[in-house]
Design a protein around this ligand. Structure first.
Ligand code: UDP
Length: 238
């Protein structure tokens, strides 16, 4: 369960932009190494770990459709881009001694395993990190929604949303120095204040199924490990 007990199984959501570091796009090897080390600390604590990664560092469907592309085609491109990030994370984890598997919502069996819940449970039980690639496998969704969906499917105790700020604020803290940070928010508050945490589909899914979310700064070493052991390292939404 949530709170101070810590969790047995976590779903960690990384945005694509999390992988680019100070670059304008792409994947920064140093950031991959850092994240692999942080995730290793989580698995070393005995917490079963699922991972969902976005693709904002490579391609977003909305950007494609804004420039005239068919939205569904652009979203397929975005989902394929998440597979690139998933493979990069898989490689980094294995190099850091963390067993991991990629399960893709779009079947590409020569590259990684097609997603099935049974396979996810199998790998998790063996202590492997499961990286869920290709989002939900459907256009018009986001990887935030995919993260929530997979979290519910694997019965995770907590969704950890790793960001580059230390929680959820009432306004953009990078633009407004007077922005106020929340320690705790309800799902309803996130929706009614239209706070930019996860998209509304993901928050609705979390609310309907009482899945708590911890939003925290992933660049503070140890935060991920603390979050899964029930420490309040950012904003808790429940
Ligand atoms: N996407 C999709 N269906 C999904 C998940 C993702 O079509 O279930 C596409 C969509 O085009 C999205 C892109 O993949 O823009 C990358 O995902 P997202 O924008 O969530 O990445 P993040 O913002 O986390 O980097």
């Amino acid at each position: 369960g949530e709170g101070s007990q810590g969790c047995r199984r976590v779903l960690l959501k990384l945005s694509g932009e999390a992988l680019m570091g100070d670059q304008s796009h792409g994947i920064k090897p140093e950031v991959l190494d850092y994240l692999a080390g942080e995730i290793r600390a989580v698995t070393a604590a005995g917490v079963e770990t699922g991972l969902v990664v976005g693709a904002g560092n490579i391609f977003r469907g909305m950007a494609g459709s804004a420039s005239g592309m068919d939205r569904s085609t652009a979203d397929n491109m975005g989902m394929l881009a998440t597979v690139i990030n998933a493979l990069a994370l898989h490689d980094a984890l294995e190099r850091h001694g963390v067993a991991a598997r990629v399960l893709s919502a779009l079947a590409m069996p020569t590259v990684c395993e097609p997603f099935s819940r049974q396979k996810a449970f199998h790998h998790l039980a063996k202590g492997r990190v499961v990286i869920f690639a290709a989002g939900t496998g459907n256009p018009y969704f986001t990887t935030d929604t995919a993260a929530m969906l997979r979290a519910l499917e694997i019965r995770a105790d907590l969704v950890c949303k790793a960001t580059r700020v230390d929680g959820v604020y009432d306004q953009d803290p990078l633009r407004n120095p007077n922005a106020v940070r929340f320690d705790h928010l309800s799902f309803q508050e996130v929706l009614s204040r239209q706070l930019k945490v996860m998209d509304s589909a993901a928050i609705s899914l979390a609310m309907d199924n009482a899945m708590p979310i911890m939003v925290f700064d992933m660049m503070v070493a140890g935060n991920m490990r603390q979050a899964v052991s029930g420490k309040q390292v950012g904003t808790l939404i429940s």
